[in-house]
Design a protein around this ligand. Sequence first.
Ligand code: ADQ
Length: 483
Amino acid sequence: MKTPSPRLVIVSARAPFVRTSNGIARAPGGLISALLPLMRRSRGTWIATGADRDPCDASEVPFRVRALSLPSEIRAAWYAGASNGALWPLAHGFLEVCRFRAEQARAYLEVCRAAADAAAEHAPRHAVVWVHDYQLALVPALLRARRPDLTIGFFWHIPWPAAESLRVLPWAAELVEGILGADLVGLHVPRYVRAFHDTLDELGVAYMSEGSSIVVPKGERTARIETWPIGVDVEGWASLGRDENVAAEAERIRSDLGGGRVLVSVDRMDYAKGIVERLEAFERLLEQSSEARERVTLVQIGVPSRETVAAYRELRQRIEATVGRIQGRFGSPRRKPVHLFARTLDATELAAYYLAADAAIVTPKRDGMNLVAFEYVATRPRPNGRLLLSTFAGAADVLSEAHLVNPYDEDGLASAIADVALAPETASDSARMAALKTRVSRLSVETWASGFLARLEQVTEERVPARERQMRLAASAPVSRAR
Ligand code: ADQ
């Protein structure tokens, strides 16, 4: 594997650390755990637009973390407004939830400008800058205008919307131009690259197709759009799955739940994750099957999310009301058919639930990839258990041996949950899980991050004339700030 460039700058909404009463703690999530080792080696700079003060100083980590100081109303209009009130629902096909307001678009531009300014200030000459996600899509072009010497990568972690949907965004052309400021743009799966293709057609942007990639000429350079499916920390989850204490906790969970069949779902509480629809399908199963009423328990682990956005507060209430109704109809002093945990669990606790579960129910209405599907598979030491996966998760394109389901089909979803919950496991299930484990092992998040960065450097090397390449080699040896 290639050693990462000693000049990496990462720009993302979230900071890699949070300050707690006991010092700094790593922020949760696979993306951060994949990027941290690269940053430690690179000793570069991580710019976080969502944090209002630097979460750590130079004595605590071997690279810089810079929070942007932004007025709170700008941060709110950028985050709750343009990002999560407009772009997120748009990309996930919830057009009726989208609200487009000019002042939010201005705040979005302002935050992207501040991020581009910070990256331009901290990136040494010819550095590599990797910008993340839909909250910061204008940064690549803004940064390119300030620093044409930089190599810029961009990753869009959510679905790329259909061209028809993108038409509702008043600043669709600016969004796409912003992204095309990057040398390499990553999307999770081929269907998003095809949708990007349609967007370029719709906007009249000239491009070439190279296999499954898109190449957009931009003067002396090109912007390439490619498929880079993310994965999880496979070895980390597998080692939790082999841990005796985690296995003992999984056994305790199964016995506390009455020794029947256990289903688990783990999501941020987001309307795109299809949590209410899943609960309703489970309720239908309980209506229809006495065996399910007696033997099947659904554990819904749902971390509250984005509660500054009205649609998210309403969702949490609907989830709690639906769980309450199911308990009222089917619960008893001896048995609760649904358990809801509305809080963050640490990885060890999550692994115990993954191990305890006979099946993971991963049924988003739309999802860029969905890492929970990967985590469930990676944690299992043996090829047992079942994965029920929505065809509308990007993960369905890479985990084809999962039991696939359309979450919009109410009866289909209820009967798919019945199948994975009640049918005895067969040799075919075991073969499917073994195949899934192989696929998940090949898609580790470390391979994803280092592969994307290596490709980014390769893409830019191809356009750099040999003479300049020599000059760069001479200039890049020491790690120092440009100014
Ligand atoms: P998310 O929408 O956050 O990510 P997902 O990929 O499922 O969705 O990742 C969620 C992560 O949060 C998982 O690692 C999961 O373990 C963790 N998590 C969820 N609930 C939790 C809880 N209660 N306690 C602890 N941890 C919890 C976005 C896109 C996805 C894409 C990823 C990565 O929306 O489609 O897969 O980025 O690109």
